[in-house]
Structure formats: C-alpha cells, structure tokens
Ligand binder design. Sequence first.
Ligand code: CU
Length: 148
Amino acid sequence: MNCHKWTIPLVLLALFCLPPLLATSGEAAERPAGGEGKRVVAEVGEDGIQRVEVVGGEYYFEPNHIVVRVNKPVELLVRKSGGFIPHNIIVKAPEAGIDFNVGMEGEFKPIRFTPSKTGEYEMSCDKSFLWFESHREKGMKGIIEVVE
Ligand SMILES: [Cu+2]
C-alpha cells in the first residue's frame, strides 16, 4: 500500500499549518467589521454637546477616526470591549484644548473637552505587557480630527 506512507506526513503537515491559520482568523474576528477602521462624525445632542462612543480592544479603537467641530464641547464615552487586558485612551494636544489620559473600563465613562484648534490629533493606548511593544505599536491608535 504505497499511498499510505504519505498519510502520516500529510497529517503532520496539516497539524503544523492549521494553528497559524486559525490564529490569524481569530485575530481578525477580534477586530470589529470595517477592516482598516472607521471614520465617524460626532453627533450633536440637543444639549449642543458632540458625542461619540469609543470602544477599545485588542488592539484597536472603534471608531479610530473621530471628527468634531472646533470650539464646541465634546463628550467621548469610552469603554473597553471586555477581557482582562487593560487599556487607556490618551490624547496629548494641550495646544488644541485636548489633553487627557483615561483608563478604559467595562462601563462607558465620559471624557469632556472643547477643542480650540483645527487639526488632526493622535489618540493612543500606551499599555503594554511587560517589556513588549505598546498597544499603540500594535495598532491601538486613532485620530481626532477637529474641523471648522
Ligand atoms: Cu490598550
């Protein structure tokens, strides 16, 4: 039975090849639909406050491109997607009136500011596991775009 001598190598080959494939699809499933990310224009509430909900997870912000109007109050409602990995959301743009570093938890938490200058400002998570690369380097970053 000549064909049987290939059975074992083929099974071994399949076992070696499958885990990376599964790991890749698992990672893709972690990220919400939208692939490269999502651009959202903040909705203005009846109280005149621009509100956006932002969820942080491994390793993304959803949405990761938030558009707000200048000189109008903004409220970001932030929470993390679940699990044990800690996340935060940081924007360091005091020149534009945006300067915060807030830990994300399971419940929505408000971050309020009024952007005073148009431009694009980076938001990111600086958490990391031990000496490994930060979540920002793994893709957990985005843009707050302030427009007229
Ligand atoms: Cu993070």
